[in-house]
Ligand binder design. Structure first.
Ligand code: AMP
Ligand code: ZN
Length: 664
């Protein structure tokens, strides 16, 4: 046997033993024998570096240090899931689905593993990259760390697609969590709070050798990619199992909402017998073509739904109420609580939303309150335990003046929140707007963090985001904790932001109610900031999905002289205040606002490309056929009742080719 053959043989053997042990939970050799073989392989590899393979079983030991994790874009977005809490929610969901899908629907029910989501990219069966969810469009490259997790296959077995992303949850089983904490207790270290945080914290450890020591697991739940030759969710789970992934066996295919509820109820009581924590159940439309028809909202797939188990609830004392001022001037009251353990974390604060909430609960300082933790990070105060109220408790009087700048608060008709109107002089607002401007989804200015912004404002070096572009090295260097390198980064990052496209600049401006999606819509519609600036209220409202509230906020923003001044300053520094030339060149108004419904499978373009073409050319995409639909673009395998519906409403049905021709 040649050395290369020997190495290959050892690698294959070790891979199989890894799989038997960590995926099947069924080892066929002793740990000792395994270690001997691993050591043998390690020695052969050391002596013959020409046979190095980054996916060899020896790479699982870890030891490599990562100082900074690269940000990488997900080829396919990682969406979140809509939540449901009751039978009614699920029935509503079913009704929405049935409006879009003809024919029978079956669902898969899966457990909702409580850990950190992970996307693994495989090419020709080799693990290429592992990326955290991040904001859904981009995450951190944590490949080195993930390779140490033994249930993540580095090489796939069997018949797999050449290119795909495999998604799943990195979890820390309860047993392993307990062991880790026992170890920490012995060493006199602070204990970890819960398995989920420990799992997600592990992903970003700099020393992969440290990660290798933690008994993390990867539980697979989906495959994404083009041309996968997979028809359904259930099939993708089954196939992934044959490729070598750990796919929990509890997933189940069902047909009705009642079946779904049975599954939920069963696992709500049985979950405590699982080796890891779950926080609910995920229900997915099984058939991939139907999933495709249903598509996505801006946040989540229409074809999937999470069902969250009832939140845990505890009672504790309300010590005081404090008031926070946000970047828009909105005041948020916060309950300061006697610290209490809730669902694995210590809770000290809870959000109270607004004055009405306090009044409705009739919250009084000193009350014993019930606190609940839902999916959110910040827990909620649900009710007061009136039996425990003392006779001297006084009703809470909401503040009348801003806690930061003492300006009198206002409350607009129909709005739940109080606002501090001191737009230019209230420091949290000033700082908050700049922080928003530089944030990742906005101008993404590297090298500038929240603390530095606060410092720059307090030192009087900047008053708003447009001042960032005037900053000089001489001004920045003397600041506390500022070294040459970080000052370089800061100035550089600011200069780089001049390339950020218009739609993100528009989002960055921090116009109230103008989030990412609305900013995109407005940028697309008006194309330049000057056109948007001079748009009337009526003109704005006429745009699809722009309501009165948004329109008013936009006109108000541009009516403010200071904002106009900042915008001119941004312009003079070369910040993008209109769509770039090549985007403009690819956009037309040929479709004239016509509404298209897209259904079936297409030949020359994907469904998503088709939708983009429609939108880029001034058309709109409808999700189901109604009397408002102008055209139905029919692909292969379109459902018969959809066709029927279009015919009944006399909506023209056109082919993909006919549509593409119309664009040309
Ligand atoms: P949320 O973060 O509440 O929007 O829930 C979405 C997350 O649930 C996803 O990002 C996944 O990480 C996680 N998840 C856990 N189990 C599953 C599952 N079986 N299918 C899909 N997502 C799951
Ligand atoms: Zn104020």
């Amino acid at each position: 046997m040649s050395i290369k053959q020997k190495i290959d043989k050892l690698r294959d053997e070790l891979r199989l033993h890894n799989y038997n042990y960590y995926v099947l939970d069924n080892p066929t050799i002793s740990d000792y024998e395994f270690d001997v073989k691993l050591k043998e392989l390690q020695e052969l590899e050391d002596q013959n570096p020409q046979f190095y393979d980054s996916n060899s079983p020896t790479q699982r030991v870890g030891g490599e240090i990562t100082k900074n994790f690269d940000t990488v874009a997900h080829k396919f977005r990682m969406y979140s899931l809509d939540n449901s809490y009751s039978k009614e929610d699920l029935l509503d969901w079913e009704t929405r689905i049935k409006k879009i899908i003809d024919g029978e629907i079956s669902y898969t029910c899966e457990l909702k593993y409580d850990g950190a989501s992970m996307s693994l990219t495989y090419e020709n069966g080799e693990l290429i990259r592992a990326v955290t969810r991040g904001d859904g469009t981009q995450g951190d490259d944590v490949t080195t760390n993930i390779k140490t997790i033994k249930s993540v296959p580095l090489k796939l077995k069997g018949d797999f697609p050449p290119q795909m992303d495999v998604r799943g949850e990195i979890i820390l089983p309860l047993e392993g969590f307990k062991k880790l904490n026992e170890e920490r207790l012995k060493n006199g270290e602070e204990l970890y709070r819960n398995p989920r945080n420990t799992a997600s914290g592990s992903l970003k450890l700099q020393d992969s050798g440290e990660v290798a020591k933690r008994p993390l697991e990867f539980l697979m739940y989906s495959v994404v990619g083009d041309n996968l030759s997979i028809d359904s969710q259930m099939q993708s789970l089954e196939k992934a199992r044959t490729w070598g992934f750990k796919v929990p066996e509890e997933a189940k295919a069902v047909k009705t909402v009642d079946d779904i509820l049975d599954y939920i109820n069963y696992w709500d009581t049985q979950r405590h017998n699982l080796p890891y924590e779950i926080d609910g159940v995920v229900i997915k439309v099984n058939n991939f073509q139907q999933q495709d028809e249903l598509g996505y909202t801006s946040k989540s797939p229409r074809w999937a739904m999470a069902y969250k188990f009832k939140a845990e609830r505890v009672s504790t004392e309300l010590k005081s109420i404090s008031y926070q001022v946000g970047r828009t001037g909105a005041i948020t009251p916060v309950a300061n609580l006697e610290p209490v353990d809730l669902a694995g974390t210590t809770v000290k604060r809870a959000s109270l939303h607004n004055a009405d909430q306090i009044e409705k609960l009739d919250l009084r300082i000193g009350d014993t309150v019930f606190v609940e933790k839902g999916g959110e990070i910040i827990p909620k105060v649900i009710a007061v335990d009136l039996e425990k109220r003392t006779s001297d408790a006084v009703p809470t009087r909401y503040i009348t003046h801003c806690p930061e700048c003492q300006t009198e608060l206002i409350r607009l008709e129909g709005e739940a929140k109080h606002y501090c109107p001191n737009y230019l002089g209230c420091q949290p607002q000033v700082i908050g707007r700049i922080e928003h401007y530089i944030s990742r989804k906005a101008m993404d200015i590297d090298g500038l963090g929240g603390e530095t912004v606060a410092l720059l404002v307090k030192e009087g070096l900047i008053k708003d985001y447009s001042d960032l572009y005037d900053l000089t090295m001489e001004e920045v260097l003397p600041l506390e904790r500022m070294a040459q390198k970080s000052a370089d980064n800061l100035i550089n990052g600011i200069a780089q932001s001049k390339h950020i496209p218009f739609e993100r600049v528009l989002f960055a401006l921090g116009i109230r109610y103008v989030g990412e999606t609305v900013a995109k819509k407005l940028a697309k519609h008006y194309k330049t900031i000057d056109a948007l600036k001079s748009a009337s209220l009526e003109n704005l409202i006429a745009i699809d999905e722009i309501g009165e509230r948004i329109a008013e906020s936009v006109t108000q923003f541009f009516a403010n002289e200071h904002n106009l001044y900042s915008i001119e300053k941004l312009r003079s520094h070369g910040v993008q205040l209109q769509l770039s030339e090549d985007i403009l060149a690819n956009q037309t108004n040929k479709l004239n606002g016509d509404i298209f419904v897209v259904s079936g499978v297409f030949e020359s373009v994907s469904r998503n490309e088709l939708k983009k073409l429609i939108e880029d050319n001034g058309g709109k995409v409808g999700s189901s056929i109604s009397s408002k639909t102008n055209f139905l673009i029919a692909g292969d395998k379109m459902g018969p009742s959809k066709r029927q519906k279009a015919e009944n409403l006399q909506i023209p049905i056109i082919s993909e080719q006919a549509f593409l021709k119309r664009l040309k």
